[in-house]
Write a protein that binds this ligand. Structure first.
Ligand SMILES: Nc1ncnc2c1ncn2[C@@H]1O[C@H](COP(=O)(O)OP(=O)(O)OP(=O)(O)O)[C@@H](O)[C@H]1O
Length: 358
């Protein structure tokens, strides 16, 4: 009978303090083999410290870090970083300037006779075989980060940690490299955790995104789920764009807005508590820019308050008759002027409701 292998990484009720100040507490996370997970959150929420606890650079104050079922960090136990078999990629690449690309990549491979072959294999994987004899300063930032990735993967780590790996690169390259790195990790079956505060990077790279806020994981889910099924106002606000709009519950599966009524495919519940929404209650509903359509034929009008050109689309901020502002993503050939009144209608297929904020 085969037994299921333990998850590669498990955080159980993990807590950490700098001095007496708690950084985070009660963190739970389980990563099966081959999963790419992102810790995403605003600056200062504790992402890097979680990574440092997993790597062994920080001691944990409560709970456990388990790798392949073995406890490597707890209040009582601390396996040093070099004994954890973890690969790391940092923001600043941290390559050795006096070593060739080939030597950099082979550096951590224990069997020195096999180091060059293994390094060449990884350089092929990251598309830099032709740069093997060059030095780091002769490469671009994106190429250097690919070398750093190859170096981290060369000793076949049990787990790879990446700390803001693309933040020194320009925005366009970031998303492209995030996609490439994901493909490389998936092809190698590597389990990885990476930290970022850039959600496009998280969307491009992760299977699972753990959204952190004030030292807690608010929600762990795929990008689609986080965007369409946020479990808190924080996640709803932090992931993607949108506004909270007043509405009234008119039946267990229907809400009424200024822009019309929306039927929910399932009985309405508050997204954060799971409690049912009761007819007659006032609620606030998350309205995404793709929930509002521009439609010249619609009798509902809204005035253009702001417009942000996004290439294929324009993101309009529109004001309704009541003064409520909503966002609408509109194909960019519909180029309207500020203060112009344009026709709009709602196209919402599910309702994310919260209790009104007092
Ligand atoms: N060495 C330290 N001593 C004391 N406090 C620290 C130390 N390092 C970080 N902190 C504090 O711990 C909290 C979490 O920091 P951490 O670097 O883990 O956050 P982060 O989410 O990775 O932030 P960023 O995205 O800005 O890198 C912050 O309030 C920070 O000021």
């Amino acid at each position: 009978m085969s037994t299921t292998p333990p998850p590669v990484l498990e955080l159980r009720r993990l807590g950490h303090r700098y001095g007496t100040q708690p950084t985070f507490a009660g963190l739970d996370l389980t990563l099966p083999a081959g999963t790419v997970c992102c810790l995403l959150g605003p600056s200062g929420c504790g992402k890097t410290t979680v990574l440092r606890c997993v790597a062994g650079f920080e001691r944990v104050s409560e709970g456990e870090v388990r790798i392949d079922g073995q406890t490597v960090g707890s209040a009582q136990q601390h396996v040093p970083p070099e004994a954890r078999r973890i690969g790391m990629v940092f923001q600043d690449y941290a390559l050795f300037p006096h070593l060739t690309v080939l030597r950099n990549v082979g550096f951590g491979v224990a069997d020195k006779r096999a180091a060059d072959d293994r390094a060449m294999e990884l350089l092929h994987t990251v598309g830099l075989a032709s740069a093997a004899q060059r030095y780091p300063h002769e490469l671009s930032g994106g190429q250097q980060q690919r070398v750093a990735l190859a170096r981290a993967l060369a000793p076949r780590p049990r787990l790879l940690l990446l700390d803001e790996p693309f933040s020194n690169l320009d925005v366009e390259l970031r998303e492209q490299l995030a996609g490439e790195v994901r493909a490389i990790l998936k092809a190698a079956g590597t389990t990885a955790v990476f930290v970022t505060h850039d959600q496009n990077e998280a969307f491009a790279m992760a299977d699972e995104i753990a959204v952190m806020h004030q030292g807690r994981i608010q929600q762990i889910a795929g990008a689609y789920e986080l965007y369409h099924r946020p479990n808190s106002r924080f996640v709803a606000d932090f992931i993607g764009q949108g506004v909270f709009v007043d509405a009234e519950v008119v039946s267990p599966q229907r809400v009424r807005f200024e822009l019309g009524e929306v039927a929910s495919p399932e009985p309405l519940r508050y997204a954060d508590t799971g409690q049912p929404c009761v007819p007659g209650e006032r609620v606030q509903v998350l309205m995404r820019p793709d929930d509002v359509l521009h439609d010249d034929a619609s009798p509902l009008r809204a005035t253009v308050q702001h417009k942000a050109f996004r290439g294929a689309e324009i993101l309009y901020t529109l004001q309704l008759a009541s003064g409520t502002r909503v966002l609408a993503l509109v194909p960019s050939h519909h180029n309207h002027a500020l203060q112009e009144a344009i026709g709009v209608r709602l196209d919402m297929d599910h309702v994310i409701a919260f209790a009104p904020q007092r």
